[in-house]
Design a protein around this ligand. Structure first.
Ligand code: BV8
Length: 225
């Protein structure tokens, strides 16, 4: 049975109404990445960072999976444990679509982390600097997301899966953030067939043997079928 590893980025959730980062009007055009997605930015202005993530958490809570998410759930249903989704997205749309085999390498909006003791728990919709960690009581509560300069989650497992993949697909990612941006090149070097599904070419396109251009809600169901 062929092992399929699928990397997803903000583009797969765009048609569910969640903003991407680098497209026209994207999140990084409204906020400076340094202010809201780095530990230094959080230390400088935790109120701004909580506002940024509270707004995204509320938006994500309302969002519904689109045909691209649902097609991946059908693929997982058909192939079971042979499909692994590695997502850069912090929204829960893959899980809402019914996927179970999902690794959130950049964390999750609906998880909170205590910067004091490392305790993790389900985040309330609104988080603030007033919140105390339920385990140690410290007022050091942050969103459980991976900021720039921080180590993404599950990297050892992801490296192993890329080495064993027969097919590697990247969906809706601009290929500008590492280490995810190197996964296509790594999987290809290990001998996987590689395919990129995106509106247009990305910064990592030359690492892929096949490209399918179009909106995810169209090209992902077609690729899965
Ligand atoms: C690390 C989480 C090391 C929270 C995010 C120079 C060279 C190499 C690396 C670096 C470098 N300088 C700095 C670095 C490291 C840095 C990095 O890569 N920087 C970049 C900017 C150069 N990386 C890191 O810091 C990473 N950590 O390297 O750690 C380390 C080692 C040991 C010990 C400690 C540390 C951590 C990176 C994670 C940062 N966190 N977010 C949050 O979400 O707020 S990153 C952020 O951008 C998002 O999470 C997302 O994951 C990521 C990538 O964005 P995309 O998902 O690709 O979205 P984007 O908007 O860019 O693109 C959308 C795409 O969709 C486009 O291609 C578009 O065409 C397409 N699209 C749009 N609509 C549709 C569509 N496709 C289909 N259908 C549609 N409808």
């Amino acid at each position: 049975m062929e092992k399929i590893v699928i990397l997803t980025g903000a583009g797969i959730s765009a048609e569910s109404g969640l903003g991407t980062f680098r497209d026209e009007g994207g999140l990084w055009t409204q906020y400076a990445l340094e202010d809201v997605a780095t530990p230094e930015g959080f230390a400088r202005d935790p109120v701004l960072v909580h506002e940024f993530y509270n707004a995204r958490r509320a938006h994500a809570a309302e969002a519904v999976p689109n045909p691209a998410h649902l097609a991946l759930a059908r693929l997982e249903e058909a192939l079971g444990g042979e499909v692994l989704i590695v997502t850069q997205n912090v929204d829960g749309l893959h899980e809402k679509a019914g996927c179970r085999n999902v690794l959130h390498m950049h964390g999750q909006l609906d998880r909170a982390l205590c910067a004091g003791c490392g305790h993790r728990w389900e985040a309330p919709l609104e988080m603030s600097v007033e919140d105390a960690c339920p385990a140690c009581g410290a007022r050091a509560v942050r969103p459980d997301v991976v900021w720039f300069g921080e180590m993404p989650y599950h990297m050892d497992r992801i490296d192993r899966e890329l080495a064993e993949a027969d097919i590697f697909a990247a969906i809706g990612t601009s290929g500008q953030v590492y280490p995810a941006a190197a996964f296509g090149q790594m999987a290809g070097a290990y001998g996987a067939r590689t395919v990129e599904l995106n509106l247009e070419r990305s910064a990592a396109s030359e690492d892929f043997g096949e490209m399918r251009h179009g909106p995810a809600s169209k090209v992902v169901p077609a690729w899965v079928e």
